[in-house]
Every structure is written in structure tokens, then in C-alpha cells.
Design a protein around this ligand. Structure first.
Ligand code: SAH
Length: 344
């Protein structure tokens, strides 16, 4: 197994069967081996700098019905909200003063109209020309993505969720398709967005083979960003009784991603911080180089309930960034104040 990790670290590509063997062969010792190499690889490019993104959860209204997600359309128990453009701009103002130079607007699909999104992007880019804007608002037609790009959006996050079409069908209703998700990702890249994909670790029906497909897909797609985190059940969804994913396996996969694409921007996610109180620190030590503290208004935080027991839902934005700075400093890393573009 170490030989496979050495080959990855040497810049070699692996076969799908080899990726599956790595996943099956996961042990804490192997993970430690991979993490040490990943830490080296990341330090050579980014030093001890950690990039920070201000996450603004713009709303939880959603037209989709993903079986794993707490803000799916059919969940009638979650109170719905959608921030106004003024509220979102208020979050940016607060974030800018706190040192954020990237704003990530994430939300349920269809929550903000295309016109609203484009208007907001133009306003943010005009008011904060030193900032990057990242969108994470789901699937749109090609022309809509083009309009967002022309309005000035720099980056787009759209997790592919799983690179195995049969697995995709078990996580989503028939109204959604693997083909359209992949079309979106190709469009985003072609339009010049810095593009992020990603997947959940331990989602129901996931196998080492489907994870191997995820790794092989990311190897070929070469995204600028990749977000992964453990699946966590949300009690009012069809997957509410399934077990959550493993933080340890997530960290091992973070290391493999870092070794595969040493320059990639990889967050230590909130979901990782939810399965383990030191999950984000462990994610950084395994090879991640981005953190995304929450900038959403405290009054709405709890409603963006993708999964149960989500952390940081009660804190003010200033507390979130201060907490993150302290966490990173405790492991010898420094949160930086800049856009944090990929270094190529
Ligand atoms: N509507 C946007 C944003 C979705 S929320 C979009 O489609 O991209 C962002 C990510 O949260 C999702 O891509 C999914 O991977 C993750 N997520 C959703 N439900 C989750 C759960 N129960 N556990 C862990 N992660 C989850």
C-alpha cells in the first residue's frame, strides 16, 4: 500500500483498481504515512498559510429533493428563509472588516433568481474589488453560468456528489441526473470559473469502488478546488437512519487528493468539524489548506440544517473567525488575509 502512496506522491496516475485497493487498505498507520507526505507536498507550495473563505448561506429554499440533504424540498419541518440582497451585502461588509477576501454564496437551488445572483455579484465586485466571489448555488443552464461569469463571479463550487452513475441514482430522485451534474461541471470549467467538485464520505450505498471512481474522476477533471466531508444523517430525510461517515477515512482521502493534485484548494469542512471536535485541525494536518468560517446572520444559521448537530450555528461571525485563527495557530498554521487563489 505504501508503494501506491509513494507513486501518487511521485506524480504518477493510479488505476481505478489501485485507488480502490488504497481505500480498502485504509489503516490509521497508512493514513499517517499519507498525511506526512501530503503535509510536505502542501507546505512546498503554500507554506503554513491557510486560506479563509467567508461562507454566506443565502437561503434554504430548494427545488431539489436530494435524499441526504436536510434542506430538500420535501422536508416540511425546516423553517425556510432566503436572505435579501441587502442582508447578503451586510454579511460581506462585516466579513470584509474581519479580513475576509473571498465570499462564498451558497444556498438551495432556485433560492435566488439568476437576476438577483448577477446583480449581487456585480455589487460585491464593485464594492470590494480586492475580493473573490464564489458561487455554490447548484445546477443551472449553460447560459445562466455564462451570465454569472460575465457579472464577475470568480469561482463555482458544485460537488459532483459521486462519480458512479448507479450510486448517483440512489442518492437523488429521478428528476436529477448524473449527466446534468457533469455537464454543469464541464460548463463551469469551460467558462473560466475556478471550479470545485467533491463528494461525501460514507454516503449510503457508497463502496470502495465508487470512491475509486471519485478519485479517478478528480484525477482527470483537475478541478482548482475539491470539497469532501463525511455524510451526516439529518433525521427528517430518507437517509435519517443511516450511519454517518468516518472522519478518519475523510482525512485519508484528503491526503490522497493533496498528493494527486498538490496545488488544489482543499477545505477542511464544517462536516469534518462536526464528526470530530478537532476534525478541521486534523483535516489541515492531513493536507487541506482552506477553512470556511460562517458569515451568515446568526438568526438564520440553524435553518441551514443540511445535517443534524452542525457546529458553529450559534456564534457571531467575529467569533467564528477568531476561533478559526486560534485553531489554526494551535497546529502551527496561519490564516491569511487575501483572495487565496490557487498557486500554479
Ligand atoms: N444547492 C447547492 C449547495 C448544496 S449544500 C448545490 O447543489 O451545490 C453543499 C453540500 O453539502 C452538498 O453538495 C453536499 O455534498 C453536502 N451535504 C448535503 N447534505 C449533507 C449531509 N446530510 N451530510 C453531509 N454533507 C451534506
Amino acid at each position: 500500500m505504501r508503494r501506491l502512496i509513494d507513486r501518487l506522491a511521485a506524480g504518477e496516475r493510479l488505476t481505478e483498481a489501485e485507488y480502490a485497493a488504497l481505500v480498502t487498505g485504509f489503516t490509521p498507520e497508512l493514513a499517517q504515512y499519507a498525511a506526512a507526505l501530503a503535509d510536505d507536498a502542501r507546505k512546498k507550495i503554500y507554506g503554513n498559510r491557510i486560506f479563509v473563505r467567508g461562507l454566506i448561506e443565502v437561503g434554504n429554499r430548494c427545488k431539489n429533493d436530494c435524499y441526504y440533504c436536510g434542506i430538500r424540498r420535501s422536508n416540511a419541518t425546516v423553517p425556510r428563509y432566503c436572505l435579501t440582497p441587502e442582508e447578503i451585502l451586510g454579511c460581506c461588509a462585516e466579513g470584509h472588516a474581519l479580513g475576509f477576501r473571498t465570499f462564498v454564496l451558497q444556498g438551495g437551488e432556485g433560492c435566488l433568481s439568476l437576476e438577483t445572483v448577477c446583480g449581487l455579484v456585480r455589487r460585491i465586485k464593485r464594492d470590494y474589488p480586492d475580493c473573490a466571489v464564489t458561487l455554490s448555488l447548484g445546477e443551472f443552464p449553460t447560459e445562466a453560468y455564462r451570465a454569472m461569469r460575465e457579472a464577475g463571479a470568480d469561482r463555482y463550487l458544485l460537488r459532483h456528489e459521486t462519480a458512479d452513475p448507479a450510486h448517483y441514482r440512489r442518492l437523488h430522485p429521478a428528476s436529477m441526473s448524473f449527466e446534468n451534474r457533469m455537464r454543469c461541471l464541464r460548463d463551469l470549467k469551460a467558462l473560466g470559473f475556478q471550479t470545485g467538485c467533491g463528494f461525501m464520505v460514507g454516503s449510503p450505498f457508497q463502496t470502495p469502488q465508487s470512491l475509486a471512481k471519485d478519485l479517478k474522476f478528480i484525477e482527470g477533471f483537475q478541478p482548482e478546488m475539491c470539497g469532501i466531508g463525511p455524510f451526516l444523517p439529518q433525521k427528517d430525510t430518507p437517509f435519517g437512519a443511516y450511519p454517518g461517515g468516518s472522519g478518519e477515512l475523510t482525512c485519508f482521502l484528503l491526503s490522497l487528493l493533496r498528493l494527486m493534485h498538490p496545488h488544489m484548494l482543499i477545505p477542511a469542512t464544517t462536516a469534518l468539524g462536526t464528526v470530530d471536535p478537532h476534525g478541521r485541525e486534523k483535516g489541515i494536518l492531513a493536507g487541506a489548506n482552506v477553512v470556511m468560517p460562517n458569515l451568515s446572520p446568526t438568526s438564520e444559521r440553524k435553518k441551514y440544517a443540511l445535517y443534524d448537530h452542525k457546529i458553529c450555528t450559534g456564534d457571531e461571525s467575529a467569533q467564528c473567525i477568531a476561533c478559526m485563527r486560534a485553531r489554526m495557530a494551535s497546529i502551527g498554521f496561519a490564516v491569511t488575509v487575501d483572495r487565496g487563489d490557487i498557486i500554479l
